[in-house]
Unconditional design. Structure first.
Length: 136
């Protein structure tokens, strides 16, 4: 009887799913950012892993920068080769990576030159550089 009880506990733990961070697709999430005030510019680094650069939009207005776009849910293909064997997902055990529409608003300092804003995409990180007027 003890083995059967232990097996029941193991089976329960294996099938229990924690959706504490599960977000429906309509929910907007906010990408993490690092912002650096440099001597000649403001540099913003946005973590956008898994986002197609074509799906990102930058908008500027009222002293704010808005980074918005869409990231699809990261899910395995119906069959994905792992080593020699083929496998497919049969159950979601955790879903912690945000997906769907996103937006992040950043208040900008007064001394930035928005006409010379530059962007660079590097390994899922969007870098935004905005020169400062007083140090240009």
């Amino acid at each position: 009887m003890q083995i059967q009880g232990k097996l029941g506990d193991v089976a329960y733990e294996m099938t229990r799913v924690n959706f504490a961070r599960f977000h429906p697709v309509e929910t907007r999430w906010q990408p993490a950012v690092n912002i650096f005030l440099c001597s000649r510019c403001l540099r913003i680094c946005a973590d956008l892993a898994g986002v197609d650069p074509e799906e990102v939009e930058l908008s500027v207005g009222n002293g704010k920068l808005l980074i918005s776009g869409f990231r699809p849910a990261p899910e395995p293909r119906s069959e994905q080769e792992i080593g020699v064997a083929r496998t497919k997902a049969v159950r979601v055990l955790a879903m912690e990576i945000d997906y769907g529409g996103f937006a992040r608003e950043i208040t900008l300092p007064d001394d930035v030159d928005l006409d010379r804003l530059k962007t660079e995409w590097n390994n899922g990180i969007l870098w935004i550089e905005i020169p400062r007027w007083s140090h240009a």
